[in-house]
Design a protein around this ligand. Structure first.
Ligand SMILES: [Zn+2]
Length: 86
């Protein structure tokens, strides 16, 4: 007789979680394409270079991560400068 125990339970549990995760992943992949053109720098980059954005129909932001970082820095220094002027 096969020993039933934690290892069996563990395997079932993790395969279930894995399946759920794969389902979710494939759903995300269905919506996304491999490449996307950044609306800021106009460069076509890998989809992984774009942050996730649930509000966007393709699930990614229109601006690449690099541009978002630049934007955030610009915003930061702009605000910092403004604050210092006051
Ligand atoms: Zn960009």
């Amino acid at each position: 007789m096969k020993r039933s125990g934690l290892s069996d339970f563990g395997l079932d549990y993790f395969s279930l979680i894995g399946r759920k995760f794969q389902e979710r992943e494939s759903k995300i992949r269905e919506r996304t394409i491999c490449f996307k053109t950044c609306s800021k720098c106009g460069e076509t980059k890998l989809i992984s270079k774009f942050s996730l954005d649930k509000r966007n129909p393709d699930g990614r932001t229109n601006i690449c991560k690099a541009c978002r970082v630049l934007e955030a820095e610009k915003y930061y220094y702009k605000n910092k400068g403004r604050r210092e002027l006051k």
